[in-house]
Design a protein around this ligand. Structure first.
Ligand SMILES: CC(C)(COP(=O)(O)OP(=O)(O)OC[C@H]1O[C@@H](n2cnc3c(N)ncnc32)[C@H](O)[C@@H]1OP(=O)(O)O)[C@@H](O)C(=O)NCCC(=O)NCCS
Length: 180
């Protein structure tokens, strides 16, 4: 595997650096970037709740993302390109939670439409997993995806997750995918 040059200059707290991307911890000042991503109807086409309505909702979700890190030592990351580390193009990473009584990671990804079709989401997820999974051995990676969200299911499959063979869904009717 090619060695990645880790040299990225940013005031943000770096979690991982990949070939083209830098993953950083979410921080309080990211509300506008969060809203740009989560308030966009395009990025919520398969979300039954629809896009976030206002920046207050983005702030609330962001506060949760920020709090996950000091509590769990892991969480979702803000994703930027290495060329523009202050410009957030997506969110990706792992959240530690309990699913059907089992401690698992939830893999999450949501990117600005302008960042789709470049392999960025896959690259960010791989970097997040490579950074976190060795620190949490034995915790399985899962993803909750609506059956009709084909772009998301394609990405999950590319990353090695497969849909539950019995079609098991969570309480929001999302197919439970799991790292094979
Ligand atoms: C799900 C989502 C992140 C997928 O984004 P994506 O850009 O398609 O995913 P990837 O990073 O895997 O990129 C793959 C695409 O980049 C292309 N690509 C271009 N350059 C590439 C490169 N250097 N390396 C890899 N892929 C590359 C691939 O050909 C592929 O395009 P295709 O789908 O047209 O075949 C995006 O659709 C999204 O944010 N959706 C809204 C949020 C959402 O639904 N999240 C999931 C909730 S469960």
């Amino acid at each position: 595997m090619a060695t990645v040059d880790q040299d990225v200059t940013t005031a943000r707290t770096i979690v991982a650096v990949s070939e083209r991307l830098v993953l950083t911890r979410p921080q309080e000042g990211d509300a506008e970037a969060m809203f740009a991503i989560h308030g966009d109807p395009e990025t919520n086409r398969y979300n039954p709740y629809g896009p976030q309505r206002d920046i207050a909702q983005a702030r609330e979700q962001l506060a949760g993302f920020v709090a996950d890190w000091p509590r769990d030592g892991v969480g979702y990351c803000m994703v930027s390109t290495r060329e523009e580390p202050e410009v957030i193009i997506g969110v990706a990473g792992l959240f530690l939670h309990t699913l059907d009584g089992e401690q698992v990671f939830n893999l999450y990804y949501r990117f600005r439409p302008s960042a789709w079709g470049k392999g960025y989401a896959a690259e960010a997820c791989r970097a997040a997993m490579a950074e976190a999974l060795p620190r949490f051995p034995g915790i399985p990676v899962t993803a909750l995806i609506r059956a009709d969200n084909l772009p998301s299911r394609r990405l999950a499959e590319r990353l090695g997750l497969v849909a539950d063979p019995d079609g098991r869904v969570d309480h929001e009717d999302r197919l439970i995918h799991r790292m094979a």
